[in-house]
Design a protein around this ligand. Structure first.
Ligand code: ASP
Ligand code: MG
Length: 414
């Protein structure tokens, strides 16, 4: 019998009516004869509410204590879902992270799942019951409750699917699947039938909110077939699959916009071997993720060094850059928080040239200037003025014809 893991996010269980709707979805799937395992997030807004409560007591709550508070949201959600299923005559067994033993490291608030014990889950399935698992939470070897980072419910579901060697993991959410662009920005964005996990990883990294990059990474590593679909309306969803040969035939799969970018520029940096290492070392030690780096051609042995960091880290990055600039006798440090990153992703660009050129042309037509560029094998990202973000996404969606369904060599629509 197939094992299918189904994960329901916060909006899917956001109200009592939604919990009843999800219980009905589960009962329909269970009646097909699959062995079903369910993972649930806290009701929408609940984790933020709990976070707010602890912030009222302390500006820097102990992460150990805060994890006990945050994990409560998922506990309520599985309990309510269990009650709703019982009303439909379906027996389930409820599991908190520590009851299964979803073992994590002890980085509270951002713990990593290390191992999942499956005995109790398998015993529950053998009993003919549906295990309902609290997402987002785990336990350390020592027995302390942990949470695995905001939006971590997907990661729990995929890790459970990997541990159980499930046949599929369905991520139910409030959108019908992975789209060519955010439909709130681009009215003719399309839902993709399938996408390679490599592309999905780049999209998630570049700011697509459908799935976290950590969860896609685990799905790819353990080859868990993933499907992103809606719990609000019947939808076939998007399958996230291993790369197939025919996929290269489609040039671009999706476009994302990330507003979570900030830029730091250090002027008049001595252009000598070893200086960039001295500048970036303290930033790396502070765990600040530097995304793009640009160094201009040097004049008179001096160069400008510009880089981007997540917006939330700008203040700290500025302090560190200023200290480093003094250390290496560079000039002044400037910051800009009003930038955005627009990225296009597609494995087709491995075998087709000219993607960057098409992007430059499309943005030039709109009068949008480009401040920084970075490329990977299957992605091109541009830093632009934040106020042009959505316009840029629309222009690029049009330029790459993403509103039209693409078909691959054997005629399958993507
Ligand atoms: N409830 C957690 C959060 O809001 C985890 C999740 O929703 O996936 O971040
Ligand atoms: Mg969520």
């Amino acid at each position: 019998m197939q094992i299918i893991v189904q994960k329901f996010g916060g909006t899917s269980v956001g109200s009592i009516e939604r919990i009843q709707a999800v219980a009905k979805l589960i009962s329909e799937e269970a009646s097909k004869g699959h062995r079903l395992v369910v993972v649930v997030s806290a009701m929408a807004g609940e984790t933020d509410r709990l976070l707010g409560l602890s912030k009222k007591l302390s500006s820097q709550p102990s992460a150990l204590h805060q994890d006990v508070v945050l994990a409560a949201g998922e506990q309520v959600a599985i309990g309510l879902l269990g009650i709703a299923l019982h009303e439909l005559g379906i027996s389930s067994q409820l599991f908190l992270g520590h009851q299964i033993r979803i073992l994590t490291d002890d980085i509270h608030g951002a713990a990593r799942i290390q191992r999942i014990e499956t005995d109790r889950l398998i015993a529950c399935l053998d009993d003919g019951k549906i295990p309902i698992i609290a997402g987002f939470q785990g336990v350390t070897e020592k027995g302390d409750v942990t949470t695995i980072g905001r939006g971590g419910g997907d990661t729990t579901a995929i890790a459970v699917a990997a541990a159980l060697k499930a046949d599929r993991c369905d991520i139910f959410t409030d959108v019908p699947g992975v789209s060519t662009a955010d439909p709130r920005m681009v009215s003719d964005a399309r839902v993709l039938r399938k996408i390679s996990s490599e592309e999905m990883l780049e999209l998630a990294d570049a700011g697509a909110k459908v799935l976290s990059s950590r969860s896609v990474e685990i799905a790819a590593r353990y080859q868990v077939p993933l499907c992103v679909r809606s719990s609000f309306e019947p939808s076939a969803g998007t399958m996230i699959v291993r790369e197939e040969d025919s996929m290269e035939n489609v040039l671009i799969s999706g476009i994302t916009l990330s507003a979570n970018e900030a830029k730091v520029a250090i002027r008049r940096v001595p252009d000598e071997v070893g200086i960039p290492a001295r500048i970036f070392q303290p930033i790396a030690e502070a765990n600040i993720n530097v995304d793009m780096i640009l160094q201009n051609i040097s004049k008179d042995g001096l160069t400008d060094l510009t880089f981007t960091v997540p917006k939330g880290d700008l203040k700290r990055a500025m302090e560190l850059a200023e200290a480093a600039a003094r250390d290496v006798k560079a000039g002044k440090v400037e910051a800009a928080g009003d930038v955005a990153k627009v990225s296009v992703v597609g494995i087709g660009m491995r075998s087709h040239a000219g993607v960057a050129h098409t992007m430059f042309e499309a943005l030039a037509k709109e009068g949008i200037g480009i401040q920084m560029i970075s490329t990977s094998e299957i992605k091109v990202s541009l830093i632009i003025d934040a106020k042009y973000g959505e316009r840029a996404v629309r222009a690029l969606h049009q330029a790459f014809d993403l509103h039209k369904p693409h078909t691959d060599l054997v005629g399958n629509e993507r």
